[in-house]
Design a protein around this ligand. Structure first.
Ligand SMILES: Cc1ncc(COP(=O)(O)O)c(C=O)c1O
Length: 439
């Protein structure tokens, strides 16, 4: 089938999940138990569409790995070409150097001349970022946010018996959690903008009561809180946080594992505020679907620490991933996909805001580019979370051919992160389905 003939719209031909999916899901259960049981069994994907083994097609708004769509022809060509040449890492390979130069050239400010450290997963990227901040500043503490998600590894450095590794090691007691600026459910019961930025003031409070600012190595932040329910900090907050970091020598560590690679309508979400992080974590869509992740730092942070090594882990810098990642970046440029994410994101956001006016259950709509969330509540005035309703909306939407994901503290925020290749027609179909399945 020519790419131009590939289906772009959902099509439901059986009950969902269909009979073939159910058989595969049963096999999954036999192996993995009840953890993370898939809702459908996917056979293939093209663009923003996933097709299951029963022939049902879904618009995938729940993905986070393929910025340029599933089975992107350029990514396939680049990665299969590389598969034939050389699979694992080779430090002098054009595929590796071309890709990493291309990543660096897109970073803001001094990070362009900074250093990259390659790892395999987003979790490893964040782990390494925190180690680098600690070792560079020779300070133990890290500020991190409540409701954030940064990954799944953590004790491996402590478990390793190598000499000197204790310099970097994180103890849970070395982490101080602060509330994320959440203007819909303000932790201080305030209304933005008349709130005096109490969430910023809280940090000063920590410095007076918990530990001195010069004991903090870094502040780790998702500039758009994704798994926590799509929250976008006000401009004053970001200005204030950068000032606190600058004044106190605290390294600003941006976790853009999810929000990077153009989905926010800028290459990085921090670009919305003109911020250059000291340390930046990238992953997920970076490798075009292959496991590639990275930590970029100001040059001296990597050069002056033992933790800063070009490749952490046996699989870091896999050449097929590099080739797929480079093809992804080129495809984004050639097709102006970041602009598409910005424009379509605005359109979807605006449409959802007007939809929410006629719907009792949509309490709030938030987003930047093609990172969009809408929060379901039982009552708009009390904001009581509608957790069960959110689950039922994801099921009904799937039955109509739209895959959504449920995030947030109360699992009542439906989030959408479709590939950046999304078209206006696909956005309209998704909006029609949401209109139909949300009360
Ligand atoms: C913001 C953020 N950081 C880090 C991670 C961890 O990445 P990985 O699952 O590749 O280890 C995730 C994964 O969802 C994430 O969303």
């Amino acid at each position: 089938m020519e790419d131009s003939e590939k289906p772009v719209l959902p099509r439901i031909v059986t009950e969902v999940p269909g009979p073939k999916s159910r058989r595969l899901i049963e096999r999954y259960r036999n192996i993995f138990g009840e953890r993370g049981v898939p809702a459908i069994a996917v056979e293939k994907g093209f663009g923003c569409i996933k097709e299951d083994v029963d022939g049902n097609r879904f618009l995938d708004f729940a993905q986070s790995l393929c910025a340029v769509g599933f089975s992107n022809p350029d990514v396939i060509e680049a990665s299969t070409g590389q598969l034939r040449r050389m699979i694992p890492r080779d430090k002098g390979a054009e595929a590796l150097l071309g890709f990493t130069e291309s990543v660096l050239s897109r970073l803001p400010g001094g990070l362009k001349e900074g250093r990259l450290n390659l790892v395999v997963s987003g979790s490893e990227a964040v782990e390494l970022a925190v180690h680098l901040a600690r070792e560079y500043t020779e300070r133990p503490l890290i500020l991190s946010y409540l409701d954030s998600h940064h990954g799944h590894v953590g004790t491996l450095f402590e478990l390793s018996g190598e000499l000197g590794i204790d310099v970097w090691t994180a103890k849970l007691s070395d982490i101080v959690h602060i509330p994320y600026p959440n203007c819909y459910r303000c932790p201080f019961n305030q209304e933005y903008p008349g709130c005096d930025m109490l969430c910023l003031g809280y940090i000063e409070n920590i410095f007076e009561t918990v530990a001195r600012p010069d004991q903090f190595a870094g502040l780790l932040m998702e500039p758009v809180l994704l798994n926590g329910g799509v929250y976008i900090p006000p401009d004053e907050y970001m200005e204030g946080i950068m000032e606190i970091c600058r004044e106190n020598g605290i390294q600003f560590i941006a976790d853009e594992v999810y929000s990077g690679m153009g989905s926010s309508g800028e290459f990085l979400a921090v670009n919305h505020w003109g911020i250059t992080p000291d340390i930046l974590c990238l992953g997920k869509a970076m490798g075009g679907g292959y496991p590639i992740a990275a930590v970029a730092t100001r040059r001296e942070i990597t050069d002056e620490t033992r933790g800063g090594v070009a490749f952490t882990g046996t699989f870091a810098g896999n050449l097929v991933g590099c080739a797929a990642g480079k093809a992804t970046l080129d495809y984004i440029d050639e097709n102006d996909l970041i602009r598409n994410a910005k424009d379509l994101g605005r359109y979807i956001l605006k449409s959802l805001v007007s939809m929410s006016e006629g719907k009792e259950s949509i309490g709030d709509v938030r987003g930047r580019g093609l990172i969009i969330g809408f929060e379901l509540v039982k009552d708009k005035s009390t904001k009581e979370p509608a957790t069960e309703e959110a689950l039922s909306v994801t099921r009904r939407a799937m039955g109509e051919g739209l895959l959504l994901r449920r995030y947030g503290r109360y699992r009542n925020v439906l989030i959408m992160t479709p590939p950046l290749t999304l078209s206006r027609e696909q956005a309209d179909v998704a909006l029609e389905i949401i209109e139909k399945v949300v009360k």
